[in-house]
Design a protein around this ligand. Structure first.
Ligand SMILES: *Cc1c(COP(=O)(O)O)cnc(C)c1O
Length: 496
């Protein structure tokens, strides 16, 4: 299996190369040249196996240049109970009849990013070894809150790597900031920027694709890579949990062989829902992929009209990890839907960069409307949903998950669709204690850790050990820079 670039179909690299490099030199994203298939028999067999076995099976389809032993090394080191608080790795909670919460936040940083970022360092260091590169890998991350911490935890003290994280100064929750600024490890750096997530992401992308900067690193025996979901090594692990949950539902007798399910995903960068799309086209029977957004509803409009228009106000919401107006992974989807038409992708994403807007062709629109449904909701609706789910089912969900629940309720009311449905639950409510408590009508004038204790009382959920431990940790990183200073920060941190 080889990987192509969305902006140049002539590019052909191994998965190790795609993962080590992160992004193609032409600015395109790496995509597999074809989507491998799995059968219903495979899904039945996977249902009898544990998460690690399921992961090895799926990686085996995509990382064909990795040996079985290399894949096993990566999987066994990432998906275990040292890092996750459940041996199931991803839990499937039954919310109500035919609706299941796919809890993706049982990892060390309590958000779904752990599902990929616990394994990415293993995939990446295995990849560079396979490529016989002895360069130090410098990971640059732009984060809307959760990726940064998950990447720091994944890469801390990993030999041969160094990691730098940029987050929007006012764009992350108190707990997220505390998680990042107290990060331990000898090879880590954390820096706030004056701007929003898109500014951080654009800054990182610009550094990645700047030839002079790359040459400077090369001279110093280093190379860049990415831990954002533009890296294929982030996306591949996310496909696993959709396949795993279908196999689990089948094994549990919740669905019958071949029965279709819906998948609802609270979306920002379009990575998690794109993983669902891959799972579907590998062979998981999926009816609709439902894309849920907050007030930053650029994707809702896109999936309803085929017009992507980022020329709109940016809203800071209570689901900050979805406060994004440029959804990078859409590029992968559109590359596939346009029949791998790299010229069209260059045109559309060129327009996005210059005018902030593009409109896809009619044939692409047709497929988009068939495969996806989309909706959005306000902070008020998100809070009302948290309260409703709590009152009705004694289930406490975080703000991002609540956006998905609300959009799914709206979808169901509008369509009458009774298909069984998996809702991706992307964060522990403890990451957003203040918003969740306020949704439940509680007084939130207290310190972050008092809020955590209060949420424990109200929800009955155990406080994740990693969050409880933050209370006594010292803040190590306080730097705030302008978005134009990111390159200087990187060079100075690397000592070049
Ligand atoms: C990152 C994140 C999202 C959005 O995921 P994408 O892959 O960017 O669409 C949703 N919820 C939470 C909690 C997140 O951390």
């Amino acid at each position: 299996m080889y990987y192509k670039s969305t902006r140049n179909s002539e590019v052909k690299v191994s998965s190790a190369q795609a993962i080590a490099q992160g992004i193609s030199v032409d600015g395109g994203l790496f995509v597999p040249e074809e989507i491998p298939s799995i059968s219903m028999e495979d899904l039945k067999k996977l249902g009898e196996q544990d998460y690690r076995a399921r992961a090895k099976f799926v990686f085996g389809k995509f990382l064909t240049d990795f040996t079985e032993a290399e894949i096993a090394y990566c999987v066994d080191n990432a998906y275990n109970t040292k890092a996750f608080d459940t041996d199931n790795i991803a839990e499937l909670a039954h919310l109500f009849d035919g609706t299941y919460m796919l809890e993706l936040w049982h990892g060390p940083t309590c958000a779904f990013k752990d599902m990929a970022l616990q394994i990415l360092p293993y995939l990446l260091t295995t990849s560079t070894k396979k490529l016989h590169s002895d360069k130090k890998v410098v990971i640059l991350v732009a984060t809307s809150g959760d990726t940064g911490k998950a990447a720091l935890e994944g890469f801390k003290n990993v030999p041969g790597t160094s990691i730098m994280v940029f987050y929007p100064e006012d764009g992350v929750s108190a707990m997220q900031k505390k998680q990042m600024t107290t990060q331990e490890g000898d090879n880590v750096g954390v820096c706030a920027i004056k701007g929003n997530f898109d500014d951080a992401q654009n800054g990182v992308k610009a550094i990645f694709t700047n030839r002079e900067i790359a040459e400077e690193l090369e001279k110093n025996g280093m190379m860049f890579s990415s831990a954002n979901s533009i890296n294929w090594g982030r996306l591949a692990p996310q496909i696993i949990y959709y396949i795993s949950s279908y196999a689990q539902l089948l094994a549990d007798g919740e669905i019958s062989e071949g029965e279709k399910i819906n998948i609802v995903v609270p979306t920002g960068n379009f990575g998690n829902i794109l993983a669902g799309y891959y799972a579907k086209h590998m062979g998981v029977p999926v009816n609709k992929l439902i894309c849920a957004s907050n007030a930053n509803n650029v994707l809702t409009d896109f999936l309803k009209t085929g017009i992507y228009d980022r020329n709109r106000d940016f809203h800071a919401t209570i689901s900050p990890s979805m406060d994004i107006l440029i959804s990078s992974n859409l590029e992968r989807l559109l590359y596939m839907l346009s029949g791998e038409n790299d010229a069209l992708i260059r045109e559309w994403f060129g327009k996005l960069a210059s005018e902030g807007r593009y409109e896809v062709s009619d044939d692409v629109k047709k497929i988009l409307f068939e495969e996806f449904s989309a909706g959005c909701c306000s902070d008020e609706e998100t809070k009302a949903t948290i309260k409703k789910i709590y009152d009705k089912y004694s289930y406490t969900c975080d703000t991002h998950t609540a956006v998905a629940v609300k959009v799914y309720e709206d979808y169901k009311a509008a369509t009458g669709d009774q298909t069984k449905t998996i809702i991706a639950s992307t964060a522990s409510p403890y990451k957003f204690s203040g918003s969740v408590l306020s949704a439940l009508g509680e007084n939130t004038e207290a310190s972050e850790f008092e809020l955590v204790d209060k949420l424990a009382e109200v929800s009955g959920l155990a406080v994740p050990a990693s969050l409880a431990a933050l209370k006594d940790k010292d803040v190590r990183f306080t730097k705030v820079i302008d978005k134009t200073e990111m390159k200087d920060y990187v060079f100075s941190a690397l000592g070049i």
